[in-house]
Ligand binder design. Structure first.
Ligand code: FES
Length: 137
C-alpha cells in the first residue's frame, strides 16, 4: 500500500508533538484507542477565555496514518473555537491525506481524540459534554 505524500510529510515531520499540562483547567485531554489495531492517541488542547483553541499537542503510539491524522488535526485545531473544532469530521482528514479504506479507522481515532479533548475541557469548565451521535464511515 502506498502512502500519500501528505501522510509521509506529516509522518516524517509531525507537527505539534508534545504534552500540555493535564492539570490545568484550560487544557482538555483526549485519550483514545482503536479497537481494530490497538493503536493509542493522546490529543490535548489549550483553550483561552473565549473558548478558542490557542494550542494543540499530540502523542500517538500508532501507525503512520494515525500519526499523520493527529498531526494534521492539531494544525486544524489551532485558532478554532471549541464549537467549530467539534465539527471536524474524520472524512475531512481522509480526504486531505488521501487515506485508503483500510486506514479510515486511523482518522476516526483523530476525530474521537478531538471530541474527547473538547469534552474533557467542557466538563472541567462546568459545561455539558457533547454526545457524539455520529456513525463513522
Ligand atoms: Fe490502527 Fe492506523 S492501523 S490507527
Amino acid at each position: 500500500m502506498a502512502y500519500s505524500d501528505k501522510v509521509i510529510d506529516h509522518y516524517t515531520n509531525p507537527r505539534n508533538v508534545g504534552t500540555l499540562d493535564k492539570a490545568s483547567h484550560k487544557v482538555g485531554t483526549g485519550l483514545v484507542g482503536a479497537p481494530e489495531c490497538g493503536d493509542v492517541m493522546r490529543l490535548q488542547i489549550q483553550v483561552d477565555d473565549n473558548n478558542v483553541i490557542t494550542d494543540a499537542k499530540f502523542k500517538t503510539f500508532g501507525c503512520g496514518s494515525a500519526i499523520a491524522s493527529s498531526s494534521l488535526a492539531t494544525e486544524w485545531l489551532k485558532g478554532k473555537s471549541i464549537d467549530d473544532a467539534m465539527k471536524i469530521d474524520n472524512m475531512d482528514i481522509v480526504e486531505e491525506l488521501a487515506l485508503p479504506p483500510v486506514k479510515i479507522h486511523c482518522s476516526v481515532l483523530a476525530e474521537d481524540a478531538i471530541k474527547a479533548a473538547i469534552n474533557d475541557y467542557r466538563v472541567k469548565n462546568g459545561m455539558e459534554p457533547i454526545a457524539s451521535e455520529k456513525v463513522h464511515h
